[in-house]
Design a protein around this ligand. Structure first.
Ligand code: SF4
Ligand code: SF4
Length: 457
């Protein structure tokens, strides 16, 4: 009972300080043991690599009719949705198990790598390139038949494996994952609202001269993403892979349960990546949802644009509109800079719950709409006629209801952030009227999603 109260207090009590966290390694020693036994991760990763390889082979060599190849549902339905769902609970843990760097791992373990340190160019420009790649994938997914083509899906997955492999040949560890992976970039930003964090005890680390977690030893390689527990300050780049646990002689790092908005509140929408990832992500979701409404088909007819052009126009218009709104809103709030903290933008913070919940809604809708066809598809692919009988349809009303529940949670989260900033973070020093437009923006975004979810088909 005591533990439950501690958990609830951590998750819901409006206090985002480091004291209001629960060390999960202390409460669940088996979890600690699991993370310290590195064979567990190696096993899950190898299993993931194998499943991925089978998926790619199925896509390349299997039937090309989307209704006869289960790899499409596994890749776009199960895999994508579970990655997005994992953002909220486990941060970047998915990256620790991801099969994309499988080839890079193989090259490096065979010593077929130059093991160079990542270049400065990669460090500076990589994240921007990764963001562009992510939105390119969203665009391709929405404007081409990528999600209906097993071969193109397999080639798309294979191209990422190959790119990660090439970077693995040049650079040591996971340069692709840290700097260029489109999925990793978005996962990193989403991980800022995760329920867990991997952090060292900074007081212990201050007494540590060697920092082996960062440098590694002769026998154990250093952190795969060039961090090490001592350098982890947020969830943006750490995979929660636990690799550096065995490198630390002082038992400093641990996994903590935390207030889900801790990092969003501390970060306050600071940082150039957040400033455009969030508006573009919401902009893309609004465009993707509109494309499923009857209005969209009407617009296609009256404008004579093709789908790609109209979708692109909507995507960019919504994203730019949101960027303008965030700038305007920062101007209305008047407080955009702190002498120590630097520039920040609270509008980005209050939009974060919508951006990532919106992505979850979109992915869940795909999963639920296609779920009923999965067994018959499997049956057609492997000639198991009995499976053809197990076709069903998740009712649209249920999908919409679930979407609205998630959306309402995002609204509650956004309003919570506004009130937290007013009462706790800025201690009512800034008049409440300066926050009113945040509430209007939150409600406006909520209504937009609500309307599109209800009218989409
Ligand atoms: S995490 Fe461990 S190895 Fe790394 S700096 Fe802290 S005490 Fe040293
Ligand atoms: S800091 Fe530790 S847990 Fe985080 S990615 Fe590096 S090795 Fe993994």
């Amino acid at each position: 009972m005591k533990i439950l109260i501690k958990f609830l207090k951590t998750l819901f009590w409006p206090d985002v300080g480091p004291e209001n966290r629960v060390n999960l390694f202390e409460i669940f020693p088996k979890l600690k043991k699991f993370f310290y036994n590195r064979k567990n991760f190696a096993f899950i990763r190898s299993l993931g690599d194998l499943i991925f390889l089978i998926l790619i082979i199925m896509g390349l060599l299997g039937p090309q009719d989307p209704k006869s190849n289960i790899m499409l549902f596994i890749a776009w339905g199960i895999w994508w949705t579970s990655v997005v769902l994992s953002w909220f609970f486990f941060g970047r843990l998915w990256c620790a198990l991801c099969p994309f760097p499988g080839l890079a791992r193989l090259f490096q373990s065979l010593k077929l790598s130059h093991f160079k340190a990542p270049s400065q160019w990669l460090e500076k420009k990589g994240i921007h390139l990764a963001t562009i790649l992510f939105f390119l994938i969203i665009w391709l997914e929405s404007t081409t038949n990528l999600t209906y083509s097993p071969r193109y899906t397999a080639l798309f997955l294979l191209s990422i494996v190959i790119l990660a492999g090439i970077l693995g040949i040049y650079f040591k560890e996971y340069a692709w994952c840290r700097f260029l992976c489109p999925l990793g970039r978005i996962t990193g930003v989403a991980a800022t609202m995760a329920l867990i964090e991997f952090r060292p005890n900074y007081q212990i680390c201050a007494t540590c001269k060697e920092a082996l977690c960062r440098r590694g030893t002769e026998k154990i390689r250093p952190c795969p993403v060039y961090l090490g527990a001592v350098a982890v300050r947020n969830n943006l780049n750490c995979f929660v892979c636990g690799h550096c646990l065995v490198l630390c002689p002082k038992d400093s790092p641990a996994i903590y349960l935390r207030h889900p908005f801790r990092e969003i509140i501390l970060n306050k929408g600071k940082g150039v990546t957040c400033a455009y990832i969030i508006p573009f992500l919401i902009g893309s979701q609004l465009a993707r949802l509109i494309a499923k409404t009857p209005y969209y088909h009407h617009w296609l007819q009256i404008t004579s644009f093709n789908h790609s052009i109209l979708f692109t126009l909507l995507f960019f218009s919504f994203s730019l509109l949101l960027i303008v709104v965030t700038k305007l809103s920062a101007f209305l709030f008047k407080h955009i800079e702190d002498p120590i903290f630097g520039k920040f933008n609270l509008t980005i913070s209050i939009l974060i719950p919508f951006a990532f919940t919106g992505e979850l809604i979109y992915r869940l809708q795909y999963l639920l709409k296609n779920m009923g066809e999965s067994l018959p598809t499997l049956g057609r692919q492997f000639n198991v006629s009995i499976l053809l009988k197990y076709q069903f349809q998740v009712p649209y009303s249920m999908i919409k209801f679930l979407s609205i529940i998630l959306l309402t949670l995002a609204l509650i989260g956004s309003l919570y952030l506004i009130f937290y900033f007013y009462y706790k973070e800025f201690e009512r020093e800034i008049p409440f009227k300066n926050y009113l437009h945040f509430i209007v923006i939150s409600l406006g975004i909520y209504l937009c999603y609500y309307f599109l979810i209800f009218t989409s088909i």
